[in-house]
Design a protein around this ligand. Structure first.
Ligand code: PLP
Length: 385
């Protein structure tokens, strides 16, 4: 684990401490160039955007590695590119992967539709049954993957029974902590080897850049970089610059979103038209104790079960004025979506029910608007039911 020499707000603004020279720009410029002059006769690695080694790409990766407490990091063109490359870096044909069954739909498709073609076998585990991790271990098991907090019920996976087996059997532990960001959860501190994040979400925070990142040891990141140079999912320098700008406000945004998430969850828990609230900061949440132990903040994502099932939810959504009905999350603007029609659309209502996803469930991503305005918006929409 690598400790940043400054706090996370300072690191999010400045990246690694560096000397400043007169007349140097305060903000790193965009190097809008795919290629760089190469000294004749030199055996130094060439600089090329697909290689991920341009000035904007390198500065961004260093900053993120520090925030995660990792040795190294690399940014790629989407969260899915990060998930795919990170797994391909640790898995070989014939290997077995143990994965939590509470994962992003795209990740599930990657595992089920693509990894099978590579001869990588997968066992899904219900993280609510801590002994299931150990039972899933086989001779060929190479890695374990989980996502935390999860979509849309904000379950928080306890890393303790997972690291017990990854340490005992020498397995790589990969964690997708997109919903938390390194401000709220740093998986490496709790024993993960690899952190994956969709930088499209909190890291960028403005719903205008698609990107992903992988953080871990230098040797793991070297392998992700090697693969990415061949498979080609590099993040372009212009997006890297935008992302670096977004990340300067990461800590302040997430702190606000934590406060708003808690306020909205507490308010909604007492509203008669809300059948259930899923927020790990509420003492009534099933994983509150785990969340309080491993998270630095409970986040800005809130699951709200609206009375009246899918009809009630639809009616509620139509009456919202500020909160916008759109997929994705973690931007400065509040967004809301229906898992029934988005992330969990491929399941039958019964299958969703088994997973605890009621038809009236909506997933709210709190932005940074005034909390009173957000609550007024939600109240007005609920009052119409
Ligand atoms: C959005 C998301 C992804 C995929 O990220 P993209 O940037 O859309 O490719 C992966 N995991 C989680 C938890 C996500 O929310």
């Amino acid at each position: 684990m690598t400790k940043p020499s400054h706090g996370r707000s300072t690191t999010a603004v400045h990246g690694p401490p560096a000397r400043r020279h007169p007349d140097q720009p305060v903000v790193q410029p965009i190097y809008q160039s795919t290629t760089y002059v190469n000294a004749i006769g030199s055996d130094r690695e060439v600089m090329y955007e697909r290689y991920g080694n341009t000035p904007n790409q390198v500065a961004l990766a260093r900053k993120y590695a520090l925030l995660e407490g990792a040795e190294a990091a690399i940014f790629l063109a989407s969260g899915m590119a990060a998930t795919a490359m990170a797994h391909l870096a640790v898995l070989r044909p014939g290997d077995h992967l143990i994965a939590s069954e509470w994962i992003y739909g795209g990740t599930r498709r990657l595992f089920d539709e693509e990894f099978d073609r590579f001869g990588i076998a997968i066992t899904y585990v219900n993280p609510a049954l801590p002994r299931a991790w150990r039972r899933a271990v086989k001779k060929t098991t190479r890695a374990v993957f989980f996502e935390s907090p999860t979509n849309p019920l904000m379950r928080v996976v306890d890393p303790t029974p997972v690291t017990a087996i990854t340490k005992e059997f020498g397995l790589a532990l990969l964690v997708d902590s997109t919903f938390a960001s390194p401000i709220n959860y740093r998986p490496i501190e709790t024993g993960a080897d690899v952190v994956i994040t969709s930088a499209t979400k909190y890291l960028n925070g403005h719903s205008d850049v698609t990107a992903g990142a992988v953080a871990g040891t230098q040797s793991l990141i070297d392998e992700v970089i090697r693969l990415s140079r061949v498979w080609g999912p590099a993040l372009d320098s212009h997006s890297a610059w935008l992302l670096d700008r977004g990340m300067k406000t990461l800590a302040i945004r997430v702190e606000r979103q934590n406060a708003t998430g808690l306020a909205v969850a507490q308010w909604a828990a007492n509203h008669p038209k809300v059948a259930a609230v899923h927020y790990p900061g509420l003492t009534a949440h099933v994983d509150h104790a785990i969340a309080a132990r491993i998270l630095s903040g409970f986040g800005g994502m809130v699951g709200l079960e609206i009375q009246g099932g899918s009809e009630g939810a639809e009616h509620f959504l139509r009456r919202l004025r500020i909160v916008t009905h759109a997929p994705s999350l973690a931007g400065v603007e509040s967004l809301i979506s229906e898992p029934r029609l988005t992330s969990h659309a491929s399941l039958t209502p019964d299958q969703r029910k088994t997973l605890g996803i009621a038809d009236g469930l909506v997933r709210l991503s709190c932005g940074i608007e005034d909390v009173d305005d957000l609550i007024d918006d939600l109240r007005h929409a609920l009052d119409g039911l």
